[in-house]
Every structure is written in C-alpha cells, then in structure tokens.
Write a protein that binds this ligand. Sequence first.
Ligand code: NAP
Length: 218
Amino acid sequence: MLKVAILGATGPTGKCLTQQALEAGHAVRAIVRNPSKLSDIQHKNFVAVKANIFDEEQLKSEFAQVDAVLSCLGSPPTSPWGEVTLYSDSIKPIINAMKATDRKRLICLTSAGQKIDERAGMMMKFFLKYVIGTILADMSRMETYVSENSESLEYTIIRPTGLTNDALNEKEPVVKEGIHFDLSNPTRIPRANVAKVMLQALMEDKWVNKAIFITMPN
Ligand SMILES: NC(=O)c1ccc[n+]([C@@H]2O[C@H](COP(=O)([O-])OP(=O)(O)OC[C@H]3O[C@@H](n4cnc5c(N)ncnc54)[C@H](OP(=O)(O)O)[C@@H]3O)[C@@H](O)[C@H]2O)c1
C-alpha cells in the first residue's frame, strides 16, 4: 500500500483516480480547496484536506505524509486572448515542496495536442488553437518546468486525448512515449482509463522521467 496525495481530487478525473486508488488498497490524501465536495467518499484510507496548491509551506506539510504526488489539476477554458497560469504557477511550489520533503514520485496530467499535427483536420486545428490553446500553452510551460527541474524527481507526464465520462473500457489503451498526437487512433479516452494509467505509472517504473501520450485503440 502506498500513501498518495491527489491534487485536483474534486475534478472528474481526480474522483475516478481517488476511487481506483482506494480500491487498489492505497491510502489517499486529497489536497483540495473545498473538502466538502468529497463528503460522499467514506473510506478508512481516505482523508480530504484543505490546502492552497500555490503555497509551498502548506504543500510541504501535506507531502511529508505521503509517498507520491498525483495531480489531476485542471483549468477551465478561457477566451483565446485570456491567460492560463494554473499549471505553470502550481508546479513550482509542488516541485519545491516535494524536494524539501524528499518526495520523488510525481505523476501529472497535461493533454495531447500541445503541438499541432499539420495533418489534423481544420476543426481539430481550430479547437486546439482557439478553444483550448491557452490551456495547452500553459501545460507546455508546466511540462518544460518539470523536465528542467526533475533532478531528484521521478516524474511521469500523461497526455490524454479528449476525456469522456464513460465507464472503464477493458481494452488496453494506446501508450506512446514522447509524442503529442497520433492520428491513427481515436481521439477520446474515458477518465476512468486515464486514472488507471496513472495508477499503473505509480506501480511500474517503465514511464519514469517520461511524457506519455495515451488514447484508446480502434
Ligand atoms: N477535457 C478534456 O477533454 C481533456 C483532455 C485532455 C486533458 N485534459 C486535462 O486533464 C485534467 C483533468 O481534467 P478533468 O476534466 O477531469 O478535471 P477538471 O474539471 O479540469 O478539474 C479541475 C480540478 O482542478 C482543481 N482546481 C482548479 N483550479 C484550482 C485551484 N486554483 N486550486 C485548487 N484546485 C484547483 C479543481 O478543483 P475545484 O473542484 O475546487 O474547482 C478540480 O479538482 C485537466 O488538466 C484537463 O485540462 C482534459
């Protein structure tokens, strides 16, 4: 059994991850801004604590109590001229707090599509550039920060395609290292499957210090 901190545990992927982690026998410390959103989760190995994800000191005292940090944090879409900084602003205190408490394992979510594949259709290009472009840009800043500050860390960055609330799909997902796009496969994956890959990454070493693209197969 591992003790894991889950950031963004109140979001839909975070909730899937929390449930699956508990079912797998891990202890979950959900670090959230509103613990009452998780009052439906009653489990002896679960606690939801209120902490500010931008406050290194608060994160230090939380991370001191866990073995690994998993993040499902996410920002709502903005206008194309808006600015998203959630990912790049939060990753600095997260990594600083992990290093200060000698915690190594970090698994975090970004997204597929940060680099636009020229072969993608017009609608896809429009969506990636003008609908979620500000989010993807900040995810890229976060990824760069993680890889440039990863000494003493064991990180895995997971880049899923479009998320659905479908039940866990029993097929094995497509996992490809280092890429942003793969037009040969569908562009959707259930959040439950993303959570499963996050837990697999936690238990296996094969994706340490890697960014992986994930989606479901045809
Ligand atoms: N939607 C897609 O198709 C898609 C595709 C690929 C990747 N992704 C990415 O995958 C991740 C998970 O997505 P999702 O849809 O499951 O979740 P989401 O709705 O993006 O969840 C957001 C989570 O982040 C938390 N959060 C946001 N701002 C915060 C802040 N300032 N302080 C503390 N917590 C904060 C929210 O907490 P509250 O409950 O307190 O608001 C919530 O738990 C996101 O990064 C998303 O961008 C999404």
